[in-house]
Design a protein around this ligand. Structure first.
Ligand code: NAD
Length: 294
């Protein structure tokens, strides 16, 4: 069992840290929110008064923070954790952030001989609680071997995408494609419905045909077709529009920096941003169907 520091105990980090405790690891936590720390203390974690106090001397430091600026501030600079750790600690940043910051932290860690992996996740709060997240890791092979030993207690599928930053690139690629096929699925179902087709029958037809995709398989956006999907529960998330817009913004940055022509991705981002501005930020991302119905 390992000594683990966990930084960032929000909707995702809280349940992930609890799974580490359940697996028998010694977990020291830090969050800017006292309430979040207290909840983890009740669950059996030790609480530190700073990120540095949590991190120093641990086998692993795991972070689950909102954005790149929080990750950079935590690890880089004169006061950052990299200046306080040594090669006995492995850092796994599970936050969804821009690939450039992930590369920057990864390179700074490598210069100091510290293993770092960007390890963003696929799967939301329910998967975090169930320990079934997918991790997309960017870093060197030796660090990946160490990462797997602990990520397996929070997730089901663990992929080595490539060097530092590659985990964030993989996540950006996946979520851009997800947005595109969700919107396409909504357009097809709405077109069928307006032409008198039953969305359930049309879904069955497309599932058995070449339009088959993940949205149709497990996340049908048309209310009533799939009882357990957010669409059948007034689009309660699930995966919020706000987070999809954030992830599409990161994907657009990756596309721009690598000079990729991603017209479909850009359009998906515009459509999701409009849907967010119309007041749907807290709804599930499959609610984009409603924008076609208004
Ligand atoms: P959240 O806002 O619920 O939690 C973030 C936590 O980080 C908060 O408790 C906050 O107090 C803490 N924090 C912020 N700055 C800090 C600092 N400097 N030091 C210590 N703690 C700090 O966010 P979340 O939903 O848990 O998401 C976390 C990350 O996971 C994000 O990057 C998000 O994009 C990603 N993600 C979220 C989901 C989801 O469904 N919520 C799914 C996949 C990925």
């Amino acid at each position: 069992m390992a000594d683990v520091a966990f930084i960032g105990l929000g909707n995702m980090g809280g349940p992930m840290a609890k799974n580490l405790l359940a697996a028998g690891h010694a977990v020291v936590v830090f969050d800017l929110s006292e309430t979040a720390c207290e909840q983890m203390q009740s669950a059996g974690a030790a609480v530190a008064t700073s990120a540095a106090e949590a991190a120093m001397g641990r086998d692993y430091v795991i972070s689950m923070l909102p954005a790149g600026k929080h990750v950079a501030a935590t690890y880089l600079g004169d006061d950052g954790l990299l200046s306080k750790l040594d090669s006995t600690t492995t850092i796994l940043d599970c936050s969804t952030i821009d690939a450039a910051t992930a590369r920057q932290v990864g390179e700074a860690a490598a210069e100091m001989g510290i293993g770092f992996m960007d390890s963003p996740v696929s799967g939301g709060v329910a998967a975090a609680a169930a320990g079934t997240l997918a991790f997309m890791c960017g870093g060197d092979a030796a660090t990946f071997e160490k990462a797997k030993l602990i990520l397996k207690d929070m997730g089901k599928n663990i992929f080595h995408a490539g060097p530092a930053g590659a985990g964030q690139v993989a996540k950006g690629c996946n979520n851009m494609l997800l947005a595109i096929h969700m919107i396409g699925t909504c357009e097809a179902l709405e077109m069928g419905a307006r032409n008198g087709l039953d969305p359930k029958v049309l879904s069955d037809i497309m599932l058995a045909s070449s339009g088959r995709n993940w949205s149709l398989e497990v996340y049908n956006p048309y209310p009533g077709v799939m009882p357990a999907a957010p669409a059948s529960n007034d689009y309660k998330p699930g995966f919020m529009v706000d987070l999809m817009v954030k992830d599409l913004g990161l994907a657009m940055e990756i596309a721009q920096q690598s000079d990729v022509d991603n017209a479909m991705g850009q359009l998906a981002r515009e459509l999701y941003a409009q849907h967010q501005e119309a007041g749907n930020g807290q709804r599930d991302f499959s609610s984009i169907l409603r924008s076609l119905q208004s």
